[in-house]
Structure formats: structure tokens, C-alpha cells
Design a protein around this ligand. Structure first.
Ligand SMILES: C[S@@+](CC[C@H](N)C(=O)[O-])C[C@H]1O[C@@H](n2cnc3c(N)ncnc32)[C@H](O)[C@@H]1O
Length: 255
């Protein structure tokens, strides 16, 4: 808990995806949110960070409740919301305990942050079951994760002389003495979701192999970026490409 608090002290989550390479993840996630979130739907953004999805969803006419574990992130959302009053409610809380909400009360639940901060398998399972408890049957569930193989590639050169460190990371999905980040694989995430009786609708690599093209994307002009995004959309939901995307997103339905 202290580790995650320290980490987010240094981050302004509202600025998380404002660079051109960051927009790949934002545009891709918004594409699926636009597809499934409609006017008057109730949405829980349970790990809302800086509210980068909460506010656009409110603009679509959804009744959005935004929550987050970290006080500074919640303070930021509250400050924004005081200016525009777009959100239905804002709270500070942990997805592991959503007892403030009844069962089956949201049309859409976003779990875009907790899963990759929980290194204990039982906690990840609770993060899924508790966020699903508050989702209506037939409702839409979205979960984000970090890809282990993409991280291996991204950090290979840094740790090439510490191969046992990399080998241990690949086995566990987190650094030995840190519980800040947990990385998974498309297969493990699907296994966890199927245990919860979810029907998977889409499985998407939201940003692709950023370790290969981050700097190139940053220097693209608008025309090239649009052409690049066309290719990204062709590739991002192909199974053979999922594991190399730094971040994954699953869109599922509670059956
Ligand atoms: C990288 S940010 C992503 C924020 C936002 N969903 C987005 O995509 O921009 C991850 C967020 O998850 C939040 N978070 C992590 N663990 C959580 C938990 N157990 N309960 C609620 N929020 C949590 C963090 O505080 C952080 O704001």
C-alpha cells in the first residue's frame, strides 16, 4: 500500500496519455467505450486515476461514478468535477471492498488499474469478483492488464547482465522485492476471467509494442499518425499480436 501511494505521489494521472504515443492507448480504449457506453447508462470507473475516461463517458451522457484508491488522484477528479459537475459521484476506495454499492447496480464497470497493481493471486481474484458483484447481469466489464512478454522485451537490454532477475520476473510477473506492479499474459488473464463466468467479447492490445515504436510515433505528423492508427486497429485485436502489446484490455459481458 505504501509503495503504490509513493508511486502515485509523483504522477499526474490526468496527463497520463497526452503524448502522441500515449494517445494510441487512449483512442483505442475510447473506441470500445464508445461502442458499449450509451446515454443514461450507469458506469462505475473503479480505478479512475485522473478521470481520463470518466469525464468523456459523462460527455456521452452516462451517469458516471468515479473511484480510486489514492487520495491525490481522487482529489484531482473532485477538483475537475467541481468545475463542471459532470460526474454523478466521486469517492476514495479500494476495489477489494465495494460494500458502498449494492449487487448488480451498474450497466458498465471499468477495472482499469487495480489488477496490475495486485501481486497476490487471491487479491486479483477478489478485485474481479468484487467489481463483478456490482455489475448487472448482461452488463459490460472492462479490465486492463500489463503484458509480461512485452515488459521482458522492453527491459531486456537494461537487465541483459542480470539474466536471473529477468528469469525470475518472467516466472512471477513482478520484481522479487516489489509488489507495485504485476504483469500477466493474455492466456492467464482469460483464465482468470473465465473462472468468473464472463463471456469475452474483445481482447485487445491497446498500445502495441511501444518499446519498438514509442519515439517514432512521437515524431510522426498528423497524417502519418492517422495512417499508423489504421494499421494499429487492423492488428490490435489479432490473437498473435496480444502478448507484445505493453497494455492489454479485455471487454467482457457478465452472463
Ligand atoms: C495507471 S492508473 C490508470 C488510471 C485510469 N484508469 C486510466 O486508465 O488512466 C491505475 C489506477 O488504479 C488505481 N488503483 C490501483 N489499485 C487500486 C485498487 N485496489 N482500488 C482502486 N483503485 C486502484 C491507482 O490508484 C491508479 O489511479
Amino acid at each position: 500500500m505504501e509503495e503504490i501511494q509513493e508511486f502515485y505521489k509523483a504522477c499526474d494521472e490526468s496527463q497520463r496519455l497526452i503524448t502522441q504515443s500515449g494517445k494510441i492507448e487512449f483512442i483505442t480504449t475510447m473506441k470500445y467505450l464508445n461502442q458499449y457506453c450509451q446515454k443514461d447508462m450507469s458506469v462505475l470507473d473503479a480505478c479512475a486515476g485522473g478521470g481520463i475516461y470518466s469525464f468523456p463517458l459523462a460527455d456521452l451522457g452516462c451517469n458516471v461514478t468515479a473511484g480510486d484508491l489514492i487520495e491525490t488522484n481522487v482529489a484531482h477528479i473532485r477538483m475537475e468535477n467541481e468545475k463542471n459537475h459532470k460526474l454523478k459521484d466521486v469517492y476514495q476506495g479500494n476495489v477489494l471492498d465495494l460494500s458502498r454499492f449494492h449487487d448488480n447496480c451498474f450497466d458498465v464497470v471499468l477495472n482499469l488499474g487495480s489488477y496490475y497493481h495486485l501481486c497476490d493471486g487471491k487479491d486479483r481474484e477478489k478485485s474481479l469478483s468484487e467489481t463483478l458483484r456490482v455489475l448487472k447481469t448482461g452488463g459490460i466489464y472492462m479490465i486492463a492488464y500489463i503484458n509480461r512478454c512485452a515488459n521482458y522485451m522492453a527491459h531486456f537490454a537494461e537487465y541483459k547482465d542480470h539474466f536471473s532477475f529477468l528469469a525470475n520476473y518472467m516466472k512471477k510477473g513482478h520484481i522479487e522485492d516489489s509488489t507495485l506492479f504485476y504483469s500477466s499474459t493474455p492466456e492467464l488473464v482469460e483464465k482468470d476471467l473465465k473462472k468468473q463466468n464472463l463471456k469475452i467479447l474483445h481482447h485487445v492490445g491497446v498500445d502495441g509494442p511501444m518499446f519498438v515504436y514509442r519515439e517514432i510515433v512521437e515524431s510522426m505528423n498528423c497524417k502519418d499518425f492517422d495512417a499508423f492508427m489504421d494499421i494499429h486497429f487492423e492488428l490490435c485485436d489479432k490473437r498473435s499480436n496480444l502478448g507484445y502489446s505493453e497494455h492489454g484490455l479485455v471487454i467482457a459481458q457478465k452472463v
